[in-house]
Ligand binder design. Structure first.
Ligand SMILES: Nc1ncnc2c1ncn2[C@@H]1O[C@H](COP(=O)(O)OP(=O)(O)OP(=O)(O)O)[C@@H](O)[C@H]1O
Ligand SMILES: [Mg+2]
Length: 246
């Protein structure tokens, strides 16, 4: 694996997240192979790679939806690779889904309220503030199923925010959105990072990623091919070959 000095990281800060030698297989199919990286508080890293390279699986094992078969995941200094998803949400890890998982027959506001129950037990959730962040305050009483694709993606993000995450895993939020919508989401993700939330952003849209971070991790067939700047990644022969092959 080639690598470069980290861009955009709060260098020297204690990592909020560390993966070391993470492996995941489904039956005989190895989907993640020795994945190791770390993330600083308030840092955004892009996770890129061809279809089927293991991006969503990486999010699934960090968020506790799946358990890694080998390796370790440490969050805020605590080993978490055996911790179930609902407990990780309380600890401060949450995620969005490639296909939003909102309750379609509930309003936007109700979706945020329900999600808040899965977060920090003690935390007072300001539902209006979250609705404002995701630009849905004026649509708060609309059923989730009646919202636009962009609004549904924002609501899925808002549900994750309602649990008070310190680490937010965002899976292809940009897919299918127009440039204005992408700009709005980029601005929001940057704002969240400024508040100290660390973000792993899975994305196929490189221009979108380039607006929010310089640091990317590239996966190819479950292995880390590259870690460094997006610019350098685009010139790395292994990365180029993986994308052409994929
Ligand atoms: N629950 C599962 N059971 C069996 N195989 C799975 C499961 N989840 C993922 N896989 C396989 O693991 C590999 C990686 O899938 P993953 O969804 O992580 O890829 P991805 O990089 O997110 O792809 P995409 O860009 O298409 O979203 C694929 O071969 C996929 O078929
Ligand atoms: Mg995926």
């Amino acid at each position: 694996m080639s690598s470069e000095p980290r861009a955009g990281a709060a260098s020297g800060a204690e990592p909020i997240l560390q993966l070391a030698g993470v492996n995941k297989r489904f039956g005989g199919h190895v989907v993640l192979n020795d994945v190791s990286f770390s993330l600083a508080p308030g840092e955004i890293v892009g996770l890129v790679g061809p279809n089927g390279s293991g991006k969503t699986t990486t999010i699934n094992v960090i968020s506790g939806l799946y358990r890694a078969d080998a390796g370790s995941i440490t969050f805020a200094g605590q080993p978490v690779h055996q911790v179930p998803m609902h407990k990780l949400a309380r600890l401060g890890i949450n995620r969005t889904f490639q296909v939003p998982k909102n309750f379609r027959d509930m309003t936007a506001r109700e979706n945020i309220e329900v999600a808040a129950h899965f977060g920090h037990a003690q935390q007072q959730v300001d539902v209006d503030a979250i609705l404002r962040d995701i630009d849905l305050l004026t649509q708060a009483d609309k059923l989730a199923g009646a919202l636009t694709v962009n609004q549904q993606k924002l609501l899925d993000l808002g549900r994750a925010l309602a649990t008070g995450p310190k680490l937010l895993l965002v899976d292809e939020i940009g897919a299918g959105l127009n440039p204005a919508e992408l700009g709005g989401i980029a601005e929001l993700l940057l704002k969240l990072a400024q508040r100290g939330i660390s973000l792993i952003v899975v994305e196929h849209l490189m221009a979108f990623l380039n607006n929010i971070t310089a640091r990317v991790i590239v996966l190819g067939a479950g292995r880390m091919l590259f870690e460094g700047t997006l610019d350098a990644a685009s010139r790395d022969p292994e990365v180029v070959a993986a994308f052409i092959g994929g």
